[in-house]
Design a protein around this ligand. Structure first.
Ligand SMILES: [Zn+2]
Length: 163
């Protein structure tokens, strides 16, 4: 089911569009290799006919599967638009294309989703990447000096929090 609104249904009342759109319809490819979009877009949109145009408002939700570019950990990245709004003119130079009384909302949804897809996904903003022990030799990572230093600074941070 494409994400379309029938203008005739809008004549005297607003229309609610609710459902799922296969992600293939959004035509998001090619995405970066660290990002996968396999799950359908969920939408719940209210469409209103205003003078000279359509007002679309509602919620969009798309779950992406990302891989952190620093630590390589896979993590889900929910793209959520809680109050997505789109104004589509039905007249003038920028008027939307109407085919068989229907307006396809997909290109407008697609545009905003593409803008929100992370360029360099991080599992968390502060991700420090791969643990240092992976880079160095196991022996040096476990040395008592380092453990003590790490431990004391962690405690210092905790004490700051308590104050
Ligand atoms: Zn990470």
């Amino acid at each position: 089911m494409p994400l379309k609104v029938n203008l005739r249904h809008l004549e005297d009342h607003e229309v609610r569009l609710e459902g799922q759109l296969p992600v293939s319809e959004l035509d998001l490819e090619p995405l970066d290799e660290v990002i996968r979009a396999d799950q359908p877009l969920e939408y719940a949109l209210d469409v209103q006919k205003l003078e000279g145009g359509l007002l679309v408002q509602g919620r969009l939700h798309l779950m992406l599967d990302c891989q952190c570019v620093r630590c390589l950990k896979p993590f889900p990245f929910p793209l959520e638009f809680k109050a997505w709004t789109c104004h589509l003119p039905l007249a003038g130079e920028d008027r939307v294309r109407v085919v068989h009384d229907c307006v396809d909302l997909t290109p407008y949804v697609r545009e905003d989703i593409l803008l929100e897809i992370p360029q360099h996904p991080l599992c968390e903003p502060e991700c420090r990447g791969l643990p240092k022990t992976w880079m160095g030799s196991p022996a040096s990572a476990g040395s008592p000096g380092q453990a003590a230093a790490g431990g004391s600074s962690a405690w210092a941070e905790l004490n700051k929090l308590k104050l």
